[in-house]
Design a protein around this ligand. Sequence first.
Ligand code: NAD
Length: 365
Amino acid sequence: MKDRLKVGIVGARRGAGHIRPFTTITETEVTAVCDLNEDTLHEVGEQFGIPKRFTDYEEMLADDIDIVVLGTPENLHVPQSISGLEAGKHVISEVTAATSIEQCYELVRAVRESKTKYMMAENKCYTRSGMLIGNMVRQGLFGDIYFGEGEYLHDIKVLHHDSSGNPTWRYYWQVGINRCNYATHSLGPVMDWFGERVVSVCCLGTGVRTDPEHAMEDTVMMLCKTKSGALIKIRIDMLSNRPANSYLSLQGTKGCYEGTRGLGDIEKVWLADYHQPGQWQALADFEEEFLPESWKNPPEEAVKAGDVTEEYFEMRGFVDSIINDTKPPIDVYDAMDLTVPGLVSEESLAQGGKPVEVPDFREID
Ligand SMILES: NC(=O)c1ccc[n+]([C@@H]2O[C@H](COP(=O)([O-])OP(=O)(O)OC[C@H]3O[C@@H](n4cnc5c(N)ncnc54)[C@H](O)[C@@H]3O)[C@@H](O)[C@H]2O)c1
């Protein structure tokens, strides 16, 4: 067998979560890890037995690796993606892809010029129930779909300063700008169901209430119009005092889906072809007939490693695109479709909710 593709991870905290899938995948091995923080670097290096350790990303790029995985702060994703591509590495970047529109242009141009692959790692596009619903949508069970919701409610004020009280990257890039930051987890699965891009957004917020130190309003609500005129409602809140929840919903002419709101709630559907009016049924009851093959009969390598996870499917898709020289499942244009609505929402918020166009980066020079 040909040598395995060598993987280097940069940003060893979230990045460590990507070591397991690349260990499970037969054609890859993690050979290098890089982090500015030496304690984190060696802790992760020891835990996973990774031989090569770097504190300098450029030095890791000069090493014999084929794939780099970016688990670094959001503002570093574009510069590190570009250096990775220029060094001839395949790049998979954590979310979000970019923190400004200028960075989006730079990234798209770099990917176009590169011979290697780029993918954004939006793991929420690979969840069991999200993929089940996607298949049910494609089989027509919901009819013509026209409304979806995604909420990311996660009080992470504790992560906005480090243990010495200094602001972290999240302080600046997640809650330091008033816009619908970090919306890709919510948009990802919903946009997969719709199978089309968002063309404009309107955004309003609640005002700054809980933590006056931050520019981002506590809850920011972004209404997205898709190409066919459907509506997606995104609510992001990383500041309010409350238990965490990630809620999704979908409405079509023949059915609807509602995610969970906590306290033992279950995911449920109503489908005109199956149910009386007003009768809910557990989504899980539809798994036998509609769960996609990947989750139903996962590859042997994943079963053997006990790693049948969204992260495994995500990385397996990326590696397959490298081996077969095909489009990565979430290529740079898909990454823009998921990232840019949140970036341009800043302009809408500043103008009292005015609709703002979401540029299609496939069309830029
Ligand atoms: N997909 C998900 O579910 C998910 C979950 C959590 C975080 N994330 C994403 O992962 C990324 C990292 O988040 P986190 O929570 O691990 O952040 P973190 O602040 O806990 O960790 C970032 C790590 O990167 C290191 N680092 C910073 N700059 C570096 C550089 N120039 N070179 C090498 N190492 C550097 C830091 O020392 C730190 O160890 C973010 O983009 C975040 O959005 C995604």
